[in-house]
Design a protein. Structure first.
Length: 110
């Protein structure tokens, strides 16, 4: 996975055409890029992100923000209750408890 300015690119190789091609993830609309070498692919990805951001600015469109830090989560009521009880027991907010547990599972400092 490639990353640039908070955006990510998913890449595939087209053996028939002999090129790499990819999509900028989490951008509004279809934002793609391609290249025949790794260096060309990296530059095309960065150019695509820059073009996307410039287009949004010129069109007065708010670009899709890669990650805002906000997440709407649906779960079974039993799990919600268990998490709420655990949070209360640890004297934490539900948000803090879930964030800490996920960060721990993925090895990310909170």
């Amino acid at each position: 996975m490639m990353s640039y300015m908070g955006y990510f690119g998913a890449v595939k190789f087209d053996d028939e055409a002999g090129i790499f091609h990819g999509d900028v993830l989490l951008a509004k609309g279809a934002v793609t890029f391609q290249g025949k070498s790794v260096d060309e692919l990296k530059q095309a990805f960065q150019d695509s992100v820059d073009d996307y951001l410039n287009f949004c600015k010129e069109s007065e469109i708010e670009p899709e923000k890669p990650f805002s830090g906000k997440l709407v989560l649906r779960m079974k009521p039993e799990l919600h209750r268990a998490l709420a009880v655990a949070a209360r027991h640890e004297n934490k907010s539900l948000n803090t408890l879930i964030t800490e547990r996920l960060a721990e599972d993925f090895g990310i400092a909170v």
